[in-house]
Design a protein around this ligand. Sequence first.
Ligand code: MRU
Length: 358
Amino acid sequence: MLVNGQPTRPLMPAPEADAVLVIDQRGLPHQLRWQRVGDVATAITAIRDMWVRGAPLIGVTGAYGLALQARVEASDAALAAAAQALIAARPTAVNLAWAVQRLHRALLPLPVAERAVQAWALAGALADEDVAVNAAIGRHGLALLQAIAARRGRVNVLTHCNAGWLATVDWGTALSPVYQAQAAGLDLHVWVDETRPRNQGASLTAWELGQQGVAHTVVSDNAGGHLMQHGQVDIVIVGCDRVTARGDVCNKIGTYLKALAAHDNGVPFYAAMPLSTLDLALQDGLREIPIEERSAREQTHITGRAANGELVEVQLVPDGSAAANPAFDVTPARLVTGLITERGVVPADEQALRALAA
Ligand code: MRU
């Protein structure tokens, strides 16, 4: 998608194919800076410290991390250790394990001397696949938005966190239908939840929608219920980090509250789900999905741009107050109207999901 009018991706292989270049999302929306990820240790840091984030993008970064390891040492033991460390960098989004394991499995049967070249090519293929999958999600989601537009004229979408192109290799998941609707000429407006504590909505979603020229309004996380009560939200579309066989949706903390409010107000609630996010090994999302507990500092402090243009961090809470920071929550399948996948829109139930994945 566009940055300053130029097609841009948040992750690109370096010209010499010895590293990947990633947008350092910690600087956005105020600073657009790139980081070079040239070894597996840096890939782990980039994922863990959220230079890159969003389920599909950390998956592709993980795959490139393993490919960078293969350039240095591609023995079975070295690849296994690197894969394990990459997967441990963030526990909730299943895409990370999915992508790293897929690459790892493909490399093991190959002679050690061939692994580095193959790994780089396979990581690139995974990135291309992500783009195609997200474009397909957008086409299926577009039909939902067109149906609303036919009834109501302007379409008001509410989204939580960032599930746009910054969270993927391109297009995004939840925002892919929005970008396709924009291209189709629909009259569209997006309510952007700020998404405390890291503010992926206020800093990332707002920035990428603005770069693309999509009308949007940033609201506090607490405003969504009120907007729905007053008929100002036609549809909620969120991303997801892991979906269980029975259709429980794990996504950024606060998603569950939006689903409850949507249910109470008769607003359709959809999660955009690439099949790489479906974890058929799990059933009960509430009990079985590991929820990442991040640093309390993300809760107690906030970073923004000072009047002199510099990024500064300030403290929000009193000295000594305890703070907790669970990063994800689980929305039970009964609150989910449907899942927008690359193979179509399906209900959040086991029969549909197993048939989809077959
Ligand atoms: O902690 P983050 O910023 O990686 O969490 C991201 C989200 O929750 C996204 O909505 C989700 O990964 C889907 S990304 C297409």
